[in-house]
Design a protein around this ligand. Structure first.
Ligand code: ITT
Length: 198
């Protein structure tokens, strides 16, 4: 069976990715499980650029096909912040309890219509033949009044979706993957990869 290395060090992402790609005729392994350790400077201006930077950096270290995910939260009232800086917002080591509360504080008193936000996900594939493929998808939602739920990771407790009327941290993994930015972008990538024999 072919192997695909997923260039992420984020365990929350990896859990979702493994489930979404579980029907592929390929073994999907994390960078860690492939024995690859590399510090990648994500200096792109867009999610797509950063996903390609990560996929190519890891592809240079393996014969396997490499996928990478660059994603983040865009809050309209904050002019798209934290955006591509979502992981680095307030410092990489600051807990999401603190980061999420800081966003809630910045939106204190702002009515629901102005609390619109989206998660964005770009997936890049760097293939052994040198081809690079990219997909990008979003999920629209809004920043709730308080954090809720303990599933998922990152900003999930403050990101609410109208379809379920709750935060994405209150959804099961299956529910979140069905509607999420990552679920949609990875399913689009699966379609593209099929054309390359995966
Ligand atoms: P890798 O680069 O190693 O994949 P990372 O966490 O640094 O891991 P990103 O640079 O792509 O990844 O930052 C994505 C951040 O956006 C992530 O750390 C979360 O804070 C947030 N994010 C992305 N998708 C999310 C989701 O589905 N739920 C909650 N937060 C999410």
């Amino acid at each position: 069976m072919r192997r695909i290395v997923f260039a992420t060090g984020n365990a929350g992402k990896m859990k979702e990715i493994k489930e979404i790609l579980s029907d592929m005729d390929a073994e999907v392994v994390s960078m860690k499980d492939a024995g690859i350790a590399v510090d990648i400077e994500e200096n792109g201006k867009t999610f797509e650029e950063n996903a390609v930077i990560k996929a190519k950096a890891v592809a240079a270290l393996t014969e396997d096909a490499v996928l990478a995910d660059d994603s983040g939260l865009e809050v309209d009232y904050l002019n798209g912040e934290p955006g591509v800086y979502s992981a680095r917002y307030m410092g990489e080591d600051t807990s999401y309890l603190i980061k999420n509360q800081a966003i809630l504080d910045r939106l204190a008193g702002v009515p629901k219509e102005q609390r619109t936000a989206r998660f964005v996900c770009a997936i890049a594939a760097a293939l052994p033949d040198g081809n690079v493929l990219v997909t990008r998808e979003t999920i629209e939602g809004y920043i709730g009044e308080k954090p809720a739920g303990s599933n998922g990771f990152g900003y999930d407790p403050i990101f609410y979706v109208d379809e379920f009327g709750c935060s994405t941290a209150e959804l099961t993994e299956e529910q979140k993957n069905r509607i999420s930015h990552r679920g949609k972008a990875l399913r689009a990538m699966k379609e593209k990869l099929r054309q390359y024999g995966f």
